[in-house]
Design a protein around this ligand. Structure first.
Ligand code: M7G
Length: 334
């Protein structure tokens, strides 16, 4: 496990001054008076819980806006382990049998950090996205994409403001690891919202393309090969240079369906199994390139499988489409 160094990166990689503009986003300094409405999801494996609730300020100002808070116990780094296993940690013995001991340890406060991701104000769609739900597989033919998925995503996709803020250097400029601003083949690579940047064992970066008219994997053709190859080669090389992970130690993939319909690529450590890297959602960028090299219209013509969750209005639309068009030859597993 490698810790991420805070030292200035001496490489050629772009390290921008913080060009973040002052804006009206609230500054969160504490959770004083935060009211938990309900638990949306919890995952004991990833030591993570997702809560819907409201901040005191919003309750007092009778602003009805809700927030989503994701709380995650952070990864241990080698330094921290050395500091935890000292006399400054108090230890409670919960259980002992022969040579086996269960201890509850209380390390000093600075070693007890929890990563909190706050979405505020959160829309119904955010709350939906972060809630636990049953899942279903969809077999999306090109016709179903054109008739159901495309009209739906054109109307109800997530706001892309955060993406444009990054592309315009208005936000997260100081976090950029690499950028190539060529309007056709360029992209910006930076740590993903999900990564706390403390250790490379859960390394997670996102490469956001400069071009604004590529919604997803479905739109890709041979016209985009220079862009895709650039992402694969320059993105992985920047990660090798900054974090020491070889290309063969990186999982580089696209989601289908994505949550945000502006083309972006996920770069994670191969050792780390993040949500969304399963076969029903992840498409390795290297395979995508090879498929398009075989046939330019591969992703326009293919039936693509993906996962969809209960409560997603798109699921109802697929069910409705299948009911109208099935004739015993269903193209969905619904
Ligand atoms: P996706 O495949 O569209 O959806 O990936 P997913 O969120 O269901 O995986 C979008 C990626 O962008 C995810 O990995 C998010 O964690 C990441 N992301 C989302 N937002 C709002 C931000 C942000 O504001 N900054 C950064 N750096 N990453 C974000």
């Amino acid at each position: 496990m490698n810790q991420v160094s805070n030292e200035e990166n001496p490489s050629k990689l772009r390290k921008l001054d913080d060009k973040n503009e002052p804006d009206s986003s609230p500054v969160f300094k504490s959770f004083d008076g935060f009211k938990v409405k309900r638990i949306l999801k919890e995952n004991p494996e990833s030591r993570c819980i997702v809560v819907e609730g409201s901040f005191k300020r919003d309750i007092l100002e009778s602003d009805s806006s809700m927030s989503v808070v994701v709380l995650e116990k952070t990864h241990f780094t080698e330094n921290e382990v050395n500091s935890v296993l000292t006399k400054s940690t108090t230890v409670e013995c919960l259980f002992n049998n022969d040579v086996y001991y269960n201890l509850l340890c209380h390390p000093p406060i600075e070693l007890n950090g929890i990563k909190a991701t706050v979405i505020h104000p959160a829309t119904e769609k955010h709350i939906e996205k972060y809630s636990a739900k049953k899942s279903f597989l969809i077999e999306e033919t090109p016709l179903i994409y054109q008739s159901v998925t495309l009209p739906h995503i054109s109307k109800s996709k997530f706001d892309l403001q955060w993406v444009y803020n990054i592309l315009e250097h208005k936000k997260e400029a100081d976090r950029i690891v690499f950028e190539d601003l060529n309007p056709e083949s360029g992209f910006i690579l930076l740590p993903d919202l999900k990564w706390d940047c403390r250790s490379t064992s859960n390394l997670y970066l996102t490469g956001i393309v400069c071009k604004k008219d590529i919604k997803s994997l479905r739109d890709l053709t041979s016209e985009h090969l220079p862009l895709l190859k650039n992402l694969l080669e320059k993105g992985s090389a920047a990660i090798t240079e900054k974090y020491g992970l070889q290309k063969s130690q990186q999982r580089i993939y696209l989601h289908y369906q994505p949550s945000y319909y502006h083309l972006h690529v996920h770069f994670t450590s191969l050792e780390f199994i993040p949500p969304g890297c399963q076969v029903e959602r992840a498409h390795l960028l290297a395979s995508v390139i090879r498929n398009i090299e075989l046939k330019s219209s591969y992703y326009l013509d293919s039936t693509l499988d993906f996962i969809i969750f209960e409560g997603d209005p798109l699921l109802e639309k697929y069910q409705h489409y299948v009911a109208l068009n099935s004739n015993g030859d269903n193209k969905c597993y619904l």
